[in-house]
Ligand binder design. Sequence first.
Ligand SMILES: [Ca+2]
Length: 216
Amino acid sequence: MGVRQPSLLVSAPAAFAADINLALDKPATGSLACAGAEGPEKAVNGGVAGGNGDKWCSTASVEYLQVDLGAPASITGFTVEHAGAGGEAATYNTKAFAVQLSSDGSTWTTAVSVTDNTASTTTHPITAASARCAKLVVTTPTQTADPAARIYEFEVYGASSGTPAAASSRCSTASRSSASTPAVTRSATPARGRADVEPGHRVREEADRRGEGADR
Ligand SMILES: [Ca+2]
């Protein structure tokens, strides 16, 4: 990616101007990252201009990114910054993905479902919904057979209640004990062309470890 540039703050799109990005700098977990410096926290760090240092990347068999907003909130929409927003080829932009919401990290409702995206930045206003946990599930990570999900920022807009939920109901704790997370499975895609894809059986173990780390 060349010389690393200072991260630029991502401003809220006009559709959500009255709301704030509740995901910013919140605890994030996700499927196994491509590299240690490309973990889930990079998708909620507020920057897209820092190359791989501002990106969450995963080649897991089930690719997902989850954010704990810390308190119940009225969610009004999402913005996702895909590969092109971070300066990578637009062919790496996420093709198919879903956003799911939950109040407890165990029961999820699909708020947004996208099947044929090509854009580098996508915005998804929704009818206001109450939730504390937001999850981005990537089902087709690129426009090609490349298997890596590349998310530079996952923004969750809304108004927080400001009342933290009990610690026992933290999103990441609940997700760690859920064997079925996430509910969305990858759609049929062409055979993957890269030989360096992480074995799928490591996904759960790694995700669990990350969840513990991000939760403390
Ligand atoms: Ca970022």
